[in-house]
Each structure stands twice: as structure tokens, then as C-alpha cells.
Design a protein around this ligand. Structure first.
Ligand SMILES: *Cc1c(COP(=O)(O)O)cnc(C)c1O
Length: 427
């Protein structure tokens, strides 16, 4: 399907039924698979033949959906994971183990920041955080001899900063390491990081890809472009024999196109088991079938809400890269010419108390720890996800107490604006 446009791929890529086969992706609700001889199954274990033996590692339903995501992002291989957290952990840990070092944008999802800064440090992995706005010199200064990868988010959740992917890719490649981009917020409909030099793309499919708040999941897509063998000493896990897999050298046997995902499946899925359930993969695919129709509406609603808020006297600041006044407007014009996403954040005069009063008065937007859903939802980080922090700490982290994050859904924008208007009138 690689010649087709993204709209067609959203609907049809990944699964091509044969004569008389089901039109919709079958849910293979089976933990295991049957073989005629032990020899047949042995070949699968040795990675001599491809096929399925146990759903902790691989399942056909998941693979249909992963193949669709690979086509959407322009990659060569992909896998689904049980969550976005698992996807980011696998993507990094697949090439960065004890003794390694990560260069990461400081403007990333809180869960990923914690994963890298606390949990991966406990595993003996070091990290240097850089500003998403870092200059080339500042970026280059962050690398060490043991750096294995660079990590960032296209549009960061919740700060809504937009990453200069080409700049980050250039720095990564100059130091012989890949760039991993979490592309959850724009989705491949609005940005395909591989086209800008990213090597590996990750997703929390829980967000827009599912889009209906129905299934937690994640995905990893490999561009197939990074030459592991050219930097063999940095990535021994891919370029030397894996004794836990009969001495297979992934980069030799599966090439640039397949080594990364094969290793992540054969080693990490085998040992950690963070597989997405086939049921959830089926639900995810239903979401992706309309992704190209939904994203423009999320953007239209986000833009309308941002423009309304910007003019409102009780709103002191609006963050949305589609606004000309936004710090990231120019860079968004380059990477997100059709818009970014439906998430807007803004500050209300009167801080925490005003934000709380405003949110209580909303009729359409529900208060939720979620974004990127068909239904509009909102959150005040100071009283929820970040409630352990003082006002001073919040200010320093760029999350003022009065900040509200609003994820614009697929409702009518006039209704959304009327709801905001009446709720702001109560403050
Ligand atoms: C939500 C989110 C994650 C974590 O995904 P889960 O599916 O909740 O585990 C990672 N990255 C970004 C950008 C997210 O928004």
C-alpha cells in the first residue's frame, strides 16, 4: 500500500484479506498456536522461520495493526505494546542498558520523564536533559562517550512545545546514535518524524490513534534507516551474537530494516511481556480507520478554542502552536503545516481557585486525566497530576497554578466556545 495516500492507508493498510477471508481484521483470541511437529516449532524459537507460538511475544491481530502503523509512519517494522509507557521503555532499553546514557528533551510527558529520570537511573542508565529549544552547541555539549540515543516529543504533553526534529536528528547522527521521537500528539496524519530524520517513532496509542478513550496501548515503529553495524561498538546488543537466542546477531540476520523490532520482540517482549491484548489491537484499528477524518476536526476545534481564549480578558496566556502569538508558531508551520492537535493550555486570572471554579462550571468538558479523546476533557495540573508541588515549584516547572489543559474533542466548536464563555463568566 506504500504508493497510496495516508487517508487510504488509515483505512486499509496492514491487513489484506485473501479470497473468502474476513473483511475486518480477525481477533485471534488465542494464547498459543498449534504445530504438527516439534521441529516446526523449534524453527520459530530459533528465528529460522517466522510464525506465531505464544501471544506474550507476538499475535497476528497485533501484527496487522502494527503493519498499518509502519506504513503510516513510513517505517519498515513495528510492534504494539501494552501501553505508551511500555513503548518508550522498550524503544530506549532495546539499545541503552546499564552503563549507557540518554540525551532527552526536558519537555516530555511526565510519565516518560519519571521513567528516564528515576526508574532507568535505578537500572544504571544516566541521562542529560536538554531544553527543547537548545541550540546546536548546547545539544552537542550534552553527549558523552556512552550516549546511546536522543529522545524527544514532536508536540510535548503537557507543555505543547514543538521540537525541531531536524536539529535533534542532526546532533544525534553526528554522535552516531539514533533519534527516538514520541509522536503521540500529532499522529502520522499531521507529522511523520521519519521524514525529518527520526530513526524510531513511538506512540501512546491510548490517545488519538484509538481516539475514543477505549483502550490503553503503545507502539514502536522503526524507520529501518539507522546503520547499527556502522556503529557496532555502541550497540553490541544488535551487532554481536545474542547468547539467549542461539547466537543470532540481529543486525546481520535481519538487516537495518528488521533488527531493532526483532530484538525488541525476541528479547524484551519475551522477558517483560508487555504485549497489547488482541482485543485492544482490534479496537485500536477501528480508531485508526477514521484517524485522518478525526485529526482535522480536533485541529479545527483546538484552533477555534485557542483563538477565542486568546481574546478573552480573564485569560492571561494561551499555548497553542497554531496561534501566531505562540513561541512555536514558526516551527509548527514547518513540521505541522496542517495543524498539530486539539490540545490547548491556558492560564486563568486568579490562579488555582479560579481554575477550579471555571472547570466546575463547564458543561461539555469533563475533568479527566486524559487527552486526545473524541470527548472534550480538561485538567488543572496544580490540583490533580501535580498536586504534590507548591505554587513556586509549579511556576519553576512551567506549570503555573492557574494553568488548564484542555483537549478539544470532536463536538461542535460553537458549543465548545459557548461552554467556555459561560464557565469563564463564573470566575
Ligand atoms: C500518555 C502519553 C504517554 C504514556 O502512554 P500510556 O499509554 O498512558 O502508557 C507517553 N507519551 C505521551 C506523549 C503521552 O501523551
Amino acid at each position: 500500500m506504500s504508493d497510496f495516500k495516508i487517508n487510504t492507508k488509515c483505512v486499509q493498510a496492514g491487513y489484506r484479506p485473501g479470497n473468502g477471508e474476513p473483511r475486518q481484521i480477525p481477533i485471534i483470541q488465542s494464547t498459543t498456536f498449534k504445530y504438527d511437529t516439534s521441529e516446526d516449532m523449534g524453527k520459530l524459537f530459533d528465528l529460522e522461520a517466522s510464525g506465531y507460538f505464544y501471544t506474550r511475544l507476538q499475535n497476528p491481530t497485533n501484527d496487522y495493526v502494527a503493519a498499518k502503523l509502519a506504513e503510516l509512519e513510513g517505517g519498515t517494522a513495528a510492534m504494539l505494546t501494552s501501553s505508551g509507557q511500555a513503548a518508550n521503555f522498550f524503544a530506549m532499553f532495546n539499545i541503552c542498558e546499564n552503563g549507557g546514557h540518554i540525551v532527552a528533551s526536558s519537555s516530555i510527558y511526565g510519565g516518560t520523564f519519571n521513567l528516564i529520570d528515576v526508574t532507568m537511573r535505578k537500572m544504571g542508565i544516566d541521562v542529560t536533559f536538554v531544553s527543547p529549544d537548545a541550540t546546536e552547541d548546547e545539544l552537542n555539549a550534552a553527549f558523552k562517550d556512552n550516549t546511546k540515543l536522543v529522545f524527544g516529543e514532536t508536540i510535548a504533553n503537557p507543555a505543547l512545545t514543538v521540537l525541531d526534529i531536524e536539529k535533534f536528528a542532526k546532533a544525534a547522527h553526528a554522535h552516531g546514535v539514533p533519534l527516538i521521537i514520541d509522536n503521540t500528539f500529532p499522529t502520522p496524519v499531521n507529522c511523520r518524524p521519519i521524514e525529518w530524520g527520526a530513526d524510531i517513532v513511538t506512540h501512546s496509542t491510548t490517545k488519538y490513534l484509538d481516539g475514543h478513550g477505549a483502550a490503553v496501548g503503545g507502539a514502536i515503529i522503526d524507520s529501518g534507516k539507522f546503520d547499527w553495524m556502522a556503529h557496532a561498538d555502541k550497540f553490541p546488543g544488535l551487532t554481536t551474537p545474542d547468547e539467549s537466542y542461539h547466537g543470532i546477531t540481529y543486525a546481520e540476520k535481519f538487516g537495518k530494516e528488521g533488527a531493532f523490532i526483532t530484538k525488541a520482540t525476541a528479547q524484551l517482549m519475551r522477558d517483560f511481556g508487555c504485549i497489547q491484548s488482541p482485543q485492544n489491537a482490534f479496537i485500536l484499528n477501528l480508531g485508526i480507520e477514521s484517524l485522518h477524518v478525526r485529526m482535522p476536526r480536533h485541529v479545527e476545534n483546538g484552533q477555534a478554542v485557542a483563538e477565542f481564549l486568546e481574546k478573552h480578558p480573564k485569560v492571561t496566556k494561551v499555548n497553542y502552536s497554531g496561534l501566531k502569538s505562540d513561541k512555536y508558531y514558526e516551527i509548527a508551520q514547518k513540521y505541522l503545516p496542517n495543524g498539530g492537535c486539539g490540545v490547548v493550555s491556558f492560564e486563568i486570572e486568579g490562579g488555582r481557585a479560579a481554575a477550579e471554579k471555571f472547570m466546575k462550571a463547564l458543561k461539555i468538558a469533563a475533568i479527566e486525566t486524559h487527552v486526545a479523546d473524541a470527548r472534550t476533557c480538561c485538567l488543572n495540573p496544580a490540583t490533580s497530576t501535580h498536586r504534590q508541588m507548591t505554587d513556586e515549584q509549579l511556576e519553576a516547572a512551567g506549570i503555573p497554578a492557574g494553568l488548564v489543559r484542555m483537549s478539544c474533542g470532536l463536538e461542535d466548536k460553537e458549543d465548545l466556545i459557548a461552554d467556555l464563555e459561560q464557565a469563564l463568566a463564573t470566575v
